[in-house]
Design a protein around this ligand. Sequence first.
Ligand SMILES: *Cc1c(COP(=O)(O)O)cnc(C)c1O
Length: 401
Amino acid sequence: MLAHRHHELPPTAGLPLQWTDLRPGAPALADTVAAQLGTPPLQLECSGTASLLIALAALRERQPRRRRVVVPAYTCPLVAIAVHQAGLELQLCDLRPGHYDMDPAALRAACDERTLAIIPTHLAGRVADVGNALAVARSVGAYVIEDAAQALGARRNGISVGLAGDIGFFSLAAGKGLSIYEGGLLLARDPALREHLARTAARIVPPSLGWEGRRSLELLGYAALYQPRGLRLAYGNPLRRALRRGDPVAAVGDDFPLTIPLHRVGRWRQAVGAHAATRLPAFLDQLSAQARRRRLRLHRIDAIEVLDDPAGAQGTWPFLLLLLPDQQRRDVALAQLWPSGLGVSRLFIHALPDYAYLAGVVLPQDVPNARDFAARSLSISNSPWTTDEDFETICNVLERI
Ligand SMILES: *Cc1c(COP(=O)(O)O)cnc(C)c1O
């Protein structure tokens, strides 16, 4: 067993809040981030999932006869829940073997004149193959929505992700880089589509004092506890309890509610996000530099693959996503590292058809590559609080396995 630790590392590298971020100010979050990324105006919503719901509602108005939405078979369960809540049909596409992208042949086979949208996903901050999704989408007359929930700040050829497809969205949820506890940003290249997204949100998103009050309190709690001492209480102890009961889905927080709340984000949380965002570019640079060094260290371990970006792309590095040679060795590594407080975890536990609680949302389907990805992957936090010594401890465990 690894030595007992007093500090808990978070599974992802979220930008820590400072007390001064909590002061009132201009609700400039969307404008601040758009200026940093060099994008057209961004539309702030109450979550990444809400952003996706709004995108789907707008596209559905444009193509009312198309009902199918194609998503990778290994992705966040919230994506499936959003498609369901939008009243559309979920269609899964298996992954390329040993890769986070959708398999090109499977994607072509999955799409036809019934397809409304394809959702390539920048998983773990890695830059996805949007070009292939666009080619397939254009050949059948469908749209592309880039899921950049985990990739705020990622670029391809210098341009922010989310702009190659028709619509993109980022998540501002707890632990996902820049956070206002729950939030999302929508982007679109085409001004007419941006206008349509804004109109759709104005129609379907109500103000709610109850939700905004709750999220404001949660943001205060996040500001207080998102640090190595607080995380033991807020993250590590519940994680270890879930692992002891043999509930990995709860351990990673994959057990989402089946109804997505829609409400407007208040001015105070927008100001907090805008204050914190001023530190985001330097923070992301620091994470890239750290990830580069640590990838080199991991490359010295036989038979471990660290997922990386395609040529010309600069992803973000909230954590390092690894593929081990087989599930057995992955599980041996996790048995030691997952409960240890070192920020080692899993991304999503299952391929989408394998979550029991999603039975009413996802139809059974054979998706062998997505299942293999779920079975062989593990994540190592890229938090700046992970010291070189912590990282070496993790590498030593992996080397022994
Ligand atoms: C977190 C996440 C979402 C949903 O974003 P929220 O802001 O949590 O609603 C969608 N897709 C992926 C890949 C995610 O990781």
